[in-house]
Design a protein around this ligand. Structure first.
Ligand code: NAG
Ligand code: NAG
Ligand code: NAG
Length: 417
């Protein structure tokens, strides 16, 4: 606890010194969404740290959850924390949303599943897994998304919603499970520090890393106080040590990864693509989203634009239905710094809205075809969305916004005003 307090004091001091210029002129934001509520998970009480999500189809969203807060911020012993998995949310087209944690078949029993960034391509779900184990680094897990008939007990769980839901009835007859297919091991230097990924070809993916050094093989809990302090030092003094990496998948072997030359940054976080040559990468410390274009001839990323959002951007997600991007983050660093004192309350909250205030903001980024520049517009800014907003997805009719979190007990769903 003492170390935690010292670290927090250091950070607060540094933030006061260095963050002054970052203060935004706070123009009145017109919220396009409100009425945010936690999504109820039918087969599990809570899903701590639902960090990242991706659409499978218009009606179906998959989110990872991995207890990110207890593992990476509180640095608890991995043996003592609950592991993660995936949540499936369906009924999005009709608005009769239902969610459950997904059954995973064939996944090796001895491997921790602590997923962070995810990406869906065709029927495959790719997930960064901080599996922490001596001898291995982070892994990219590959699962097949399989539709199966709904089993008896699941139908019982959803009976209530079925009765009140004519349109959605057929939707409840099936459910999705994950079938583990294969993995790619990331080189040791990435242990614990990979954040997010996009898969660009069957054998090629791009990842971001978020820390200046790799974490101890056996877990972040045994990282020394000195190393933690040095990491903070990198962040606070905005020393660039992260990259976007271009990796070749080696099935059941070790991926080969090379950094993109102009991708060096302070805290690379989310990465996304419109599958048409545009890549966006969030930097949480610089509070920016960088826009890259893939150069077809030499396969490098050309920096096209840097968008300053003034929030600690976590994930940035491409929304196919509106051909736009959503950048999500927290607005007040102090909220995150005070989280250690509130986390138990957050995790044990029984209400359908957050029980502490925590600033979040979501920007929609759209290409202005006249100027050929991307423009960001705030669509939701509030202290009552979720604790520790980390990403967002939008339904294709724009009626619903799904907000992810690195610390809270479930995702939030917000309705269009
Ligand atoms: C979750 O369940 C609670 C209690 O039944 C309810 O008030 C809330 O509206 C539900 N949340 C959603 C998103 O439907
Ligand atoms: C793409 O790469 C080639 C070869 O390096 C270079 O000549 C060209 O200028 C690049 N294109 C753009 C748009 O930067
Ligand atoms: C605990 C754990 O997750 N262990 C696995 C991590 O990944 C490596 C490489 O696949 C495996 O060898 C470990 O068993």
């Amino acid at each position: 606890m003492i170390k935690k307090i010292i670290a927090i004091c250091l950070l607060v001091t540094a933030l006061i010194l260095f963050n002054q210029s970052q203060l935004q002129n706070v123009a009145k934001v017109h919220n396009q969404y409100n009425d945010c509520k936690y999504i109820n998970i039918t087969n599990q009480e809570k899903v701590l740290g639902p960090e990242d999500s991706a659409f499978y189809d218009e009606d179906t969203l998959i989110s990872s959850y991995g207890n990110i807060y207890e593992i990476f911020f509180e640095k608890k012993d991995l043996k003592t924390v609950s592991k993660g998995g995936f949540i499936l949310i369906q009924g999005i087209r009709t608005g009769n949303v239902m969610a459950y944690t997904m059954e995973i078949r064939n996944y090796p029993q001895n491997i921790f599943l602590i997923p962070l960034g995810i990406y869906i391509r065709d029927d495959l779900l790719y997930a960064i897994n901080h599996s922490f184990y001596s001898g291995g680094g982070d892994r990219v897990e590959v699962f097949k998304i399989v539709k199966v008939l709904n089993s008896k007990h699941n139908i019982e769980n959803n009976q209530h919603e079925r009765l009140n839901n004519d349109e959605g009835e057929s939707e409840q007859e099936y459910m999705f499970i994950l079938q583990f297919i294969s993995y790619t091991l990331l080189p040791k230097r990435f242990n614990g520090i990979t954040n997010n990924l996009v898969v660009v070809e069957n054998t090629r993916f791009f990842i971001t890393d978020s820390f200046p050094y790799s974490l101890p093989m056996k877990g972040v809990n045994i990282e020394s106080f000195i190393q933690t302090t040095i990491t903070y030092f990198y962040y606070i003094f905005q020393i660039k040590s992260n990259h976007v990496w271009d990796c070749q998948i080696i099935q059941e072997g070790e991926a080969k990864c090379l950094p993109f030359e102009n991708s060096k940054s302070v805290l690379n976080n989310g990465i996304t693509t419109d599958n048409n040559g545009i890549f966006m990468v969030a930097d949480t410390m610089l509070k920016t989203v960088r826009v890259y274009k893939l150069n077809e001839s030499d396969q490098t990323l050309d920096l096209k634009q840097t968008i300053h959002l003034g929030i600690s951007v976590d994930n940035v997600n491409y929304i196919q239905s509106s051909n736009s991007f959503l950048a999500t983050g927290t607005t007040k660093m102090l909220d995150t710094l005070l989280l250690p004192f509130n986390i138990k309350k957050v995790e044990n909250n029984k209400n359908s809205t957050p029980d502490i205030k925590f600033g979040s903001e979501i920007f929609e980024i759209i290409l202005n075809s006249l100027t050929d520049q991307y423009e960001a517009k705030s669509i939701l800014k509030s202290d009552e969305v979720i604790v520790g907003a980390s990403g967002a997805q939008m339904s294709s009719n724009r009626e619903f916004l799904f907000v992810n979190s690195f610390a809270d007990k479930s995702l939030s769903i917000c309705k269009k005003v």
